[in-house]
Design a binder for this molecule. Sequence first.
Ligand code: HEC
Ligand code: HEC
Length: 153
Amino acid sequence: MTPADSAAAAARAAIRRDSIAKDRDKLYNEALAKIAGRENQPAESVYKNIKIFQGTPAGRLLRIMGQGFDPALGVSCSHCHVVGEYDKEDKPTKQIARDMFAMVTAINTQYLSKIKNLRSPNPVVNCTTCHRGQTRPGAGGGGPPRPAAAPPG
Ligand code: HEC
Ligand code: HEC
């Protein structure tokens, strides 16, 4: 790749990030408008299919989606949902997100909190710790390139 090629690729990536962020903001605001006046009610009393966020205020659930999951993975709502049909389970990524949330909770409560002599008083991992704006951490999507495997022999 010439320097001009990489500059063009970086510009394309920036445009793509902007358009994803715009889409996400639009869908987030639409979803928030739909529950106007009910933002502080528990998610399960406002929504239809709540398994992991029972007891979380409905407005906070939307913030977790729009300001947590989406930017952590570098996606908009359609990565896990058919837009507007948020209660459905059409996409496997929705259940993966639930399972990832359980994994993160286990790491934080069962492992990280028991490691002694860390610098932070309450260190935690979250979606961004691994994903950093990519859907596939460790699959070549960002970060320094991995060293090539040693040649045979
Ligand atoms: C990484 C996957 C993921 C992304 C991206 C995501 N969501 Fe979700 N969403 C979920 C999961 C998982 C649930 C179910 C939570 C539970 O079971 O408690 C959910 C539930 C919902 C619900 C409740 C629906 C119901 O009636 O049960 C709404 C509304 C919603 N999401 C809106 C959004 C919006 C708006 C966006 C984009 C700003 C978004 N989500 C992005 C994973 C995602
Ligand atoms: C310890 C590291 C780690 C953490 C923390 C983590 N993930 Fe993941 N996530 C992964 C790995 C590894 C994959 C598998 C990537 C692959 O298929 O190559 C993955 C895949 C996913 C996928 C599937 C993406 C796709 O398009 O195939 C979703 C959705 C997801 N994670 C959501 C989340 C959410 C939401 C959180 C925070 C609650 C989270 N993850 C936290 C490591 C992590």
